[in-house]
Ligand binder design. Sequence first.
Ligand code: 13P
Length: 256
Amino acid sequence: MKRQAIVAANWKMNGSLPLIKEMISGLNSVKLAENVNVVVCPSTPFLSAFALNAKNENLQANIHLGAQNVSEHKSGAYTGEVSTDMLNEVFVNYVIVGHSERRSIYKETSTQVAHKVKAVLNAGLTPILCIGESENERTSEQTDTVLASQLQPVIDVIGIEKFIDVVIAYEPVWAIGTGKTASPEMAQATHLFIRQFLANANELIANKVPLLYGGSVNAANCEELFAQTDIDGGLIGGASLKVDEFKIICSSAKGS
Ligand code: 13P
């Protein structure tokens, strides 16, 4: 089954204008395998600068701009929020939705996340839907239940057919920013669970959804993770702030 691979950089609340420029010129020389797309998700104030610099530098076409969050509302009195239309205006193509930091710190519910996914799709953008279990949930063998409870509301709100345009990032919360990566075998087993969960609703669609792994991915462990059958790339935090390391991670992704 042919699936595109994606390596996405989630800069979180880090980065700067100089890093935008450095990343664009660094990525312009990276050799990407066929069927691999790269997405850089800087903070909102840097989105326009990325788009402008990417245009000026003639950035290779398979490198895209992503946002880290979006409102589920179309427009109106939502101080501090950003709409899908605004993201479209600054040439954003992807939007991270439901990152565990949004769920835990900002109390986003799976239903709200589902409505964000819907808004993103309605605007013609690609959502990168994040799901993942906490350390407690993993040790008490709740992982599958938690992942199902995060996926089902999205299936209910958008319908399984729309998953053809959705990217899923599995990020075990205990592996984020901790240096504790899931082993390739554990990550593969969980990705397989996710794919099978989707396949229960529609097998054809399930086989086409890119499933990214996130959580302490770096230049040393990316190759082994990306070699797993159901791992179609990664969502990278800390290591995506270092241009040379991020380039290594991007070039180790292989489209299947
Ligand atoms: P780290 O790669 O820093 O663990 O972060 C992962 C992440 O949260 C990406 O969204």
